[in-house]
Write a protein that binds this ligand. Structure first.
Ligand code: ADP
Ligand code: ASP
Ligand code: MG
Length: 411
């Protein structure tokens, strides 16, 4: 007998029939003799709608009340699934985040889980009851509801699996595993049987939304065995080969580049003719940090006049208006001539632990993009990834060309 945490994403619980389908998957695992706890997302589209309501009331709404609103989607699904399980003879009940409790800090909108209470859930499971827990939500020490950032139900599931010492955490979604790149954009993408925590962490943080970044971090730190698989296949997770996220020593053969990710969440800012003197970078990025705006890629060039510099960097697209406002306010203090911003960019990243021991990997990327006539605007690298910023309209072309160039295409 194993202890399993099963998580079902938005599409997997998208309507009543799909919730009934999920109930049958849970039933199959229970009948195979496993102890099961379930984590559910909101029905697909619900969270987006709730976010829209908040923005329609006031774009500068209170973050704590935003969490009260958006956490409600998962509450609905948890109750519906518990009912669906009961109706096919499986004993089940829901536990809301505050009832478990899933305690978090009070960074409303992107809270971090501090710990997960296990007493009630373990007792329920031992007594043959399947607990259904809404993902995405937590509760502060002061008793207020929080949410864990978009895609946060993955993190709820992994945190629950770690706390319950589960043998596996199955993340059911609308694709049957983690692919070499987004299979919805590159039809030749290949499903990976295994991917390392390190690579999955990079892929997630560089845009592959199949797992929330924080969930991979937690899985890596707590050694949680995570499997990504499809809820649309007939078989349950214990019989189905999805993609396992594992440590490096469990991988036999390693590609140099194992995955390609993209992120459309970036916007590019260029400050022209910035005075070239010590301390100027601090005067630019200090006010942005104070406004809690994250800066990602940065590049500095000599201006046309040879005496000043041009500084280009990226911020989250959602932060673009605020960034422009902060920089205009600090213009005299920073000392620059002109500010230009461009939200129509995409960050494309190649990822692979094999990069540590191979040379020429980045060069292949640059040449492939050049051959397609795609201009690279910014480059950043780390030990196991190379990222480039290009015009958004080339997203598909670049992904497909790079996928072929690194020999990742399905044969
Ligand atoms: P859920 O609602 O189940 O949480 P998400 O929409 O958050 O599902 O994540 C699944 C989606 O992630 C897929 O439909 C796919 O388009 C996208 N995706 C992006 N990159 C990858 C990748 N490398 N492998 C698999 N899916 C990916
Ligand atoms: N419902 C939340 C979202 O759409 C959390 C999740 O689905 O993981 O972001
Ligand atoms: Mg998701």
């Amino acid at each position: 007998m194993s202890r399993l945490v099963l998580k079902f994403g938005g599409t997997s619980v998208g309507d009543v029939d799909r919730i009934k389908n999920v109930a049958r998957k849970v039933e199959a695992e229970v009948q195979a003799g496993h102890q099961v706890a379930v984590v559910v997302s909101a029905m697909s589209g619900v969270t987006n709608q709730l976010v829209k309501y908040c923005n329609a009331i006031d774009p500068l709404h209170d973050a704590a009340e935003y969490d009260v609103v958006v956490a409600s989607g998962e509450q609905v699904t948890s109750g519906l699934l518990a009912m669906a399980l009961q109706s096919i003879g499986i004993r089940s009940r829901s536990w809301q985040g505050w009832q478990v409790p899933i305690r978090s800090d009070d960074t409303f909108g992107k809270a971090r889980i501090a710990d997960v209470g296990t007493d009630a859930l373990l007792a329920a499971m031992a007594g043959g009851v399947v607990p259904v827990v809404p993902g995405f939500q937590g509760v502060t020490d002061g008793g207020r509801i929080t949410t864990l950032g978009r895609g946060g139900s993955d993190t709820s599931a992994v945190a629950l699996a770690a706390a319950l010492k589960a043998d596996r955490c199955d993340i059911y979604t609308d694709v049957d595993g983690v692919y070499t790149t987004d299979p919805r954009i590159v039809p030749a993408a290949r499903k990976m049987n295994r991917v390392t925590y390190e690579e999955m962490l990079e892929m997630a943080s560089l845009g592959a939304k199949v797992l929330q970044t924080r969930s991979v971090e937690l899985a890596m730190n707590h050694g949680v065995r995570v499997q990504v698989l499809s809820s649309f296949e007939a078989a349950p997770g214990s019989d189905l080969p999805g993609t396992l996220v594992v440590s490096e020593d469990e991988i036999v053969e390693q590609e140099v580049v194992s995955g390609i990710a993209y992120s459309r969440d970036e916007a590019k800012i260029t400050l022209r003719k910035v005075a070239d003197r010590p301390g100027v970078a601090a005067r630019i990025f200090g006010p942005l940090a104070a406004a809690a705006i994250n800066v990602d890629m940065i590049v500095q060039n000599v201006s046309e006049d040879g005496r000043t510099t041009d500084l280009t960097f990226t911020v989250g697209r959602a932060d673009l208006d605020r960034t422009n406002a902060v920089l205009e306010t600090s213009k005299d203090d920073i000392g620059f001539d002109r500010l230009a911003s461009d939200p129509t960019v995409v960050k494309i990243s190649i990822i692979g632990v094999g990069m540590r021991s191979h040379t020429g990997v980045a060069q292949t990327m640059f040449k492939t993009l050049a051959d397609e006539g795609i201009n690279i605007q910014v480059i950043t690298t780390s030990e196991i990834k190379v990222s480039v910023l290009i015009a958004e309209k080339y997203t598909e072309l670049a992904l497909r060309a790079l996928h072929t160039a690194y020999g990742l295409d399905r044969t």
